[in-house]
Design a binder for this molecule. Structure first.
Ligand SMILES: Nc1ncnc2c1ncn2[C@@H]1O[C@H](COP(=O)(O)OP(=O)(O)OP(=O)(O)O)[C@@H](O)[C@H]1O
Ligand SMILES: [Mg+2]
Length: 288
Protein backbone atom coordinates (compact mmCIF):
# COMPACT_ATOMS: atom_id res chain seq x y z
CA UNK A 1 0.00 0.00 0.00
CA UNK A 2 1.17 3.53 -0.76
CA UNK A 3 2.48 4.90 2.54
CA UNK A 4 1.26 8.46 2.71
CA UNK A 5 3.00 9.25 5.99
CA UNK A 6 6.45 8.14 4.92
CA UNK A 7 6.03 9.98 1.63
CA UNK A 8 5.17 13.06 3.60
CA UNK A 9 8.12 12.67 5.92
CA UNK A 10 10.41 12.30 2.93
CA UNK A 11 8.95 15.38 1.28
CA UNK A 12 9.03 17.34 4.50
CA UNK A 13 12.65 16.34 4.97
CA UNK A 14 13.48 17.43 1.45
CA UNK A 15 11.94 20.80 2.21
CA UNK A 16 13.42 21.52 5.58
CA UNK A 17 14.16 25.11 4.66
CA UNK A 18 10.43 25.77 4.25
CA UNK A 19 9.84 24.73 7.85
CA UNK A 20 11.14 26.89 10.65
CA UNK A 21 11.06 25.17 14.04
CA UNK A 22 9.24 27.82 15.97
CA UNK A 23 5.51 27.45 15.30
CA UNK A 24 3.49 25.60 17.90
CA UNK A 25 0.26 23.80 17.20
CA UNK A 26 -2.39 24.08 19.91
CA UNK A 27 -5.69 22.19 19.62
CA UNK A 28 -8.75 23.34 21.57
CA UNK A 29 -11.20 20.53 22.10
CA UNK A 30 -13.98 19.19 24.31
CA UNK A 31 -15.80 15.95 25.04
CA UNK A 32 -19.26 17.47 24.80
CA UNK A 33 -20.32 20.07 22.22
CA UNK A 34 -21.45 23.58 23.02
CA UNK A 35 -19.16 24.13 26.02
CA UNK A 36 -17.38 27.20 24.63
CA UNK A 37 -14.50 26.04 22.37
CA UNK A 38 -15.11 28.48 19.55
CA UNK A 39 -15.64 31.36 21.92
CA UNK A 40 -12.35 30.52 23.65
CA UNK A 41 -10.40 30.03 20.40
CA UNK A 42 -11.50 33.29 18.86
CA UNK A 43 -10.90 35.40 21.96
CA UNK A 44 -7.73 33.61 22.97
CA UNK A 45 -6.29 34.35 19.53
CA UNK A 46 -7.07 38.04 20.00
CA UNK A 47 -5.67 38.04 23.55
CA UNK A 48 -2.47 36.32 22.36
CA UNK A 49 -2.17 38.99 19.66
CA UNK A 50 -1.89 41.52 22.49
CA UNK A 51 1.12 39.55 23.72
CA UNK A 52 2.60 40.01 20.23
CA UNK A 53 2.02 36.43 19.18
CA UNK A 54 1.07 35.93 15.56
CA UNK A 55 -1.84 33.52 15.54
CA UNK A 56 -3.57 31.60 12.76
CA UNK A 57 -6.87 29.92 13.61
CA UNK A 58 -7.64 26.68 11.81
CA UNK A 59 -11.37 25.98 11.87
CA UNK A 60 -11.33 22.24 12.37
CA UNK A 61 -15.02 21.83 13.05
CA UNK A 62 -15.99 19.97 9.93
CA UNK A 63 -18.56 21.81 7.91
CA UNK A 64 -19.90 24.22 10.51
CA UNK A 65 -17.53 27.16 9.98
CA UNK A 66 -17.86 28.16 13.64
CA UNK A 67 -14.98 30.61 13.54
CA UNK A 68 -16.28 32.46 10.47
CA UNK A 69 -19.62 32.92 12.20
CA UNK A 70 -17.99 34.21 15.38
CA UNK A 71 -16.19 36.90 13.39
CA UNK A 72 -19.17 37.54 11.11
CA UNK A 73 -17.08 36.86 8.01
CA UNK A 74 -17.61 34.79 4.87
CA UNK A 75 -14.22 33.93 3.39
CA UNK A 76 -14.30 33.26 -0.32
CA UNK A 77 -11.79 30.45 -0.39
CA UNK A 78 -10.96 27.59 1.91
CA UNK A 79 -8.36 24.92 2.27
CA UNK A 80 -10.06 22.82 -0.38
CA UNK A 81 -9.01 25.42 -2.97
CA UNK A 82 -5.46 24.84 -1.79
CA UNK A 83 -5.78 21.09 -2.11
CA UNK A 84 -7.21 21.51 -5.62
CA UNK A 85 -4.20 23.61 -6.54
CA UNK A 86 -6.47 26.57 -7.39
CA UNK A 87 -5.14 28.91 -4.71
CA UNK A 88 -2.01 29.25 -2.64
CA UNK A 89 -1.91 29.64 1.12
CA UNK A 90 -1.57 33.42 1.00
CA UNK A 91 -4.80 33.68 -1.00
CA UNK A 92 -6.76 31.48 1.40
CA UNK A 93 -5.68 32.98 4.72
CA UNK A 94 -8.26 35.54 5.82
CA UNK A 95 -7.00 38.39 8.01
CA UNK A 96 -9.25 39.60 10.82
CA UNK A 97 -8.56 41.99 13.69
CA UNK A 98 -5.25 42.52 15.53
CA UNK A 99 -3.29 40.63 12.88
CA UNK A 100 -5.07 37.34 13.66
CA UNK A 101 -5.64 35.22 10.57
CA UNK A 102 -8.17 32.51 9.77
CA UNK A 103 -7.47 29.39 7.74
CA UNK A 104 -11.02 28.47 6.67
CA UNK A 105 -12.59 25.16 5.80
CA UNK A 106 -10.67 22.55 7.67
CA UNK A 107 -12.74 19.69 6.26
CA UNK A 108 -10.24 19.88 3.45
CA UNK A 109 -7.40 19.04 5.81
CA UNK A 110 -8.68 15.50 6.06
CA UNK A 111 -8.51 15.22 2.29
CA UNK A 112 -4.76 15.52 2.65
CA UNK A 113 -4.72 11.81 3.38
CA UNK A 114 -5.93 10.99 -0.12
CA UNK A 115 -3.67 13.26 -2.10
CA UNK A 116 -1.30 11.87 -4.65
CA UNK A 117 2.37 12.68 -4.40
CA UNK A 118 2.33 15.56 -6.88
CA UNK A 119 -0.46 17.41 -5.12
CA UNK A 120 0.92 16.58 -1.70
CA UNK A 121 4.17 18.27 -2.63
CA UNK A 122 2.35 21.47 -3.58
CA UNK A 123 0.27 21.45 -0.38
CA UNK A 124 3.33 20.89 1.76
CA UNK A 125 5.16 23.79 0.26
CA UNK A 126 2.14 25.97 0.96
CA UNK A 127 1.52 24.78 4.51
CA UNK A 128 5.22 25.01 5.24
CA UNK A 129 4.93 28.73 4.56
CA UNK A 130 2.54 28.99 7.52
CA UNK A 131 5.59 28.72 9.77
CA UNK A 132 6.77 32.07 8.57
CA UNK A 133 3.36 33.71 8.99
CA UNK A 134 2.57 32.79 12.58
CA UNK A 135 3.88 31.63 15.94
CA UNK A 136 0.83 29.64 16.95
CA UNK A 137 -1.63 27.58 14.93
CA UNK A 138 -4.75 27.45 17.10
CA UNK A 139 -7.17 24.70 16.07
CA UNK A 140 -10.87 24.77 16.90
CA UNK A 141 -11.56 21.02 16.72
CA UNK A 142 -15.01 19.48 16.69
CA UNK A 143 -16.35 18.06 19.93
CA UNK A 144 -16.28 14.44 20.97
CA UNK A 145 -14.61 11.26 19.97
CA UNK A 146 -14.69 11.68 16.21
CA UNK A 147 -11.74 10.31 14.31
CA UNK A 148 -10.86 13.78 13.00
CA UNK A 149 -10.97 15.44 16.40
CA UNK A 150 -8.68 12.86 17.90
CA UNK A 151 -6.26 13.09 15.00
CA UNK A 152 -6.09 16.86 15.34
CA UNK A 153 -5.45 16.62 19.07
CA UNK A 154 -2.86 13.90 18.86
CA UNK A 155 -0.97 15.64 16.05
CA UNK A 156 -0.71 18.88 18.04
CA UNK A 157 2.02 20.01 20.41
CA UNK A 158 -0.45 20.85 23.16
CA UNK A 159 -4.17 20.56 23.78
CA UNK A 160 -6.67 22.66 25.69
CA UNK A 161 -9.60 20.63 26.96
CA UNK A 162 -12.65 22.83 27.57
CA UNK A 163 -15.37 21.66 29.92
CA UNK A 164 -18.15 23.08 32.05
CA UNK A 165 -18.82 21.89 35.62
CA UNK A 166 -22.00 20.01 34.58
CA UNK A 167 -21.79 16.22 34.96
CA UNK A 168 -22.35 15.36 31.24
CA UNK A 169 -19.52 17.69 30.23
CA UNK A 170 -17.23 16.13 32.85
CA UNK A 171 -18.10 12.57 31.80
CA UNK A 172 -17.55 13.32 28.12
CA UNK A 173 -14.28 15.11 28.90
CA UNK A 174 -13.08 11.97 30.68
CA UNK A 175 -14.17 9.86 27.69
CA UNK A 176 -12.13 12.07 25.37
CA UNK A 177 -9.11 11.88 27.69
CA UNK A 178 -9.32 8.08 27.63
CA UNK A 179 -9.19 8.11 23.83
CA UNK A 180 -6.38 10.66 23.72
CA UNK A 181 -4.43 8.55 26.17
CA UNK A 182 -4.85 5.47 23.97
CA UNK A 183 -3.63 7.30 20.86
CA UNK A 184 -0.92 9.63 22.20
CA UNK A 185 0.52 9.32 25.68
CA UNK A 186 2.80 12.32 25.38
CA UNK A 187 0.32 15.08 24.60
CA UNK A 188 0.06 17.88 27.17
CA UNK A 189 -3.53 18.38 28.21
CA UNK A 190 -4.42 21.76 29.73
CA UNK A 191 -7.87 22.17 31.21
CA UNK A 192 -10.09 25.26 30.98
CA UNK A 193 -13.29 25.15 33.04
CA UNK A 194 -15.88 27.39 31.37
CA UNK A 195 -19.11 28.95 32.65
CA UNK A 196 -18.26 28.76 36.34
CA UNK A 197 -19.89 30.80 39.10
CA UNK A 198 -16.82 30.81 41.34
CA UNK A 199 -13.18 29.85 41.57
CA UNK A 200 -14.15 27.05 43.99
CA UNK A 201 -16.51 25.57 41.42
CA UNK A 202 -13.74 25.65 38.81
CA UNK A 203 -11.17 24.08 41.13
CA UNK A 204 -13.56 21.33 42.19
CA UNK A 205 -14.46 20.44 38.60
CA UNK A 206 -10.78 20.36 37.63
CA UNK A 207 -9.77 18.30 40.64
CA UNK A 208 -12.47 15.69 40.01
CA UNK A 209 -11.31 15.22 36.44
CA UNK A 210 -7.61 15.35 37.25
CA UNK A 211 -8.07 12.78 40.03
CA UNK A 212 -9.86 10.33 37.70
CA UNK A 213 -7.34 10.90 34.90
CA UNK A 214 -4.40 10.28 37.23
CA UNK A 215 -5.92 7.32 39.05
CA UNK A 216 -7.37 5.36 36.11
CA UNK A 217 -5.18 6.49 33.22
CA UNK A 218 -2.01 7.66 34.98
CA UNK A 219 -2.43 10.79 32.89
CA UNK A 220 -1.49 14.15 34.46
CA UNK A 221 -3.60 17.19 33.63
CA UNK A 222 -2.86 20.82 34.21
CA UNK A 223 -5.31 23.59 35.06
CA UNK A 224 -4.82 26.42 32.61
CA UNK A 225 -7.64 28.58 33.96
CA UNK A 226 -11.37 29.15 34.16
CA UNK A 227 -13.93 31.51 32.65
CA UNK A 228 -16.91 32.93 34.49
CA UNK A 229 -20.41 32.47 33.18
CA UNK A 230 -21.12 35.84 31.61
CA UNK A 231 -24.18 36.95 29.62
CA UNK A 232 -21.94 39.17 27.48
CA UNK A 233 -20.53 36.03 25.84
CA UNK A 234 -23.99 35.19 24.47
CA UNK A 235 -24.47 38.80 23.41
CA UNK A 236 -21.20 38.83 21.46
CA UNK A 237 -22.27 35.62 19.69
CA UNK A 238 -25.52 37.30 18.62
CA UNK A 239 -23.59 40.38 17.48
CA UNK A 240 -21.09 38.18 15.59
CA UNK A 241 -18.31 40.22 17.08
CA UNK A 242 -15.81 38.51 19.39
CA UNK A 243 -15.99 39.44 23.05
CA UNK A 244 -12.42 40.77 22.89
CA UNK A 245 -13.66 43.47 20.51
CA UNK A 246 -17.23 44.03 21.64
CA UNK A 247 -16.84 43.71 25.43
CA UNK A 248 -13.12 43.75 26.31
CA UNK A 249 -13.88 44.75 29.91
CA UNK A 250 -16.21 41.78 30.52
CA UNK A 251 -15.44 39.25 33.27
CA UNK A 252 -15.25 36.45 30.71
CA UNK A 253 -12.70 38.25 28.52
CA UNK A 254 -10.58 39.19 31.54
CA UNK A 255 -10.40 35.47 32.31
CA UNK A 256 -9.39 34.73 28.72
CA UNK A 257 -6.63 37.35 28.93
CA UNK A 258 -5.36 35.61 32.05
CA UNK A 259 -5.52 32.23 30.23
CA UNK A 260 -3.57 33.78 27.33
CA UNK A 261 -0.87 34.72 29.84
CA UNK A 262 -0.75 31.09 30.96
CA UNK A 263 -0.52 29.92 27.34
CA UNK A 264 2.43 32.27 26.88
CA UNK A 265 3.91 30.44 29.89
CA UNK A 266 3.56 27.12 28.05
CA UNK A 267 5.49 28.56 25.15
CA UNK A 268 8.38 29.44 27.36
CA UNK A 269 8.84 25.72 27.95
CA UNK A 270 10.58 23.57 25.35
CA UNK A 271 8.29 22.11 22.67
CA UNK A 272 7.26 18.46 22.71
CA UNK A 273 8.86 16.15 20.14
CA UNK A 274 5.74 16.48 17.94
CA UNK A 275 7.39 19.55 16.51
CA UNK A 276 5.19 22.26 15.00
CA UNK A 277 3.47 22.17 11.64
CA UNK A 278 5.81 19.57 10.17
CA UNK A 279 5.21 17.16 13.03
CA UNK A 280 1.52 18.03 12.94
CA UNK A 281 1.12 17.10 9.29
CA UNK A 282 3.25 14.04 9.60
CA UNK A 283 1.25 12.72 12.57
CA UNK A 284 -2.06 13.67 10.98
CA UNK A 285 -1.25 11.72 7.87
CA UNK A 286 0.12 8.69 9.63
CA UNK A 287 -3.09 8.40 11.66
CA UNK A 288 -5.31 8.29 8.57
N1 LIG B 1 -18.36 31.93 29.65
C1 LIG B 1 -19.57 31.87 29.10
N2 LIG B 1 -20.64 32.51 29.67
C2 LIG B 1 -21.87 32.46 29.13
N3 LIG B 1 -22.15 31.82 28.00
C3 LIG B 1 -21.16 31.16 27.37
C4 LIG B 1 -19.82 31.15 27.88
N4 LIG B 1 -19.05 30.44 27.03
C5 LIG B 1 -19.86 30.01 26.04
N5 LIG B 1 -21.13 30.43 26.24
C6 LIG B 1 -22.32 30.18 25.39
O1 LIG B 1 -22.29 28.86 24.95
C7 LIG B 1 -22.61 28.79 23.58
C8 LIG B 1 -21.71 27.78 22.91
O2 LIG B 1 -20.39 28.31 22.85
P1 LIG B 1 -19.41 27.89 21.67
O3 LIG B 1 -20.10 27.99 20.36
O4 LIG B 1 -18.16 28.64 21.85
O5 LIG B 1 -19.23 26.36 22.05
P2 LIG B 1 -18.50 25.21 21.21
O6 LIG B 1 -17.90 24.30 22.19
O7 LIG B 1 -17.64 25.81 20.17
O8 LIG B 1 -19.77 24.53 20.50
P3 LIG B 1 -19.72 23.44 19.30
O9 LIG B 1 -19.28 22.15 19.94
O10 LIG B 1 -21.15 23.40 18.84
O11 LIG B 1 -18.77 23.94 18.27
C9 LIG B 1 -22.44 30.19 23.00
O12 LIG B 1 -23.57 30.52 22.25
C10 LIG B 1 -22.31 31.10 24.17
O13 LIG B 1 -23.43 31.94 24.26
MG1 LIG C 1 -17.60 25.57 18.11
Amino acid sequence: MYDQASALRRLAGERDSAFAKSMRVLAVSSGKGGVGKTSLVVNLALALADYNYRVIILDGDLGLANVDVAFGITPRYNIRNLLNGEKNIEEIIYPVEKGVKILPGASGVMELANLDRGRLQNVLVNLGRLEKMADILLIDTGAGLGHNTLNFICASDDCILVLTPEPPSMTDAYGLLKSIHKQAEKINVNVVVNRVKSETEAQQAYERLAYAAQKFLGFPLRLLGWIYDDPLVGRSVMEQKPLALSHPQSHAYKCIQWIAGNVVGIYRQPPTPNGGIKGFLSTLLSSN
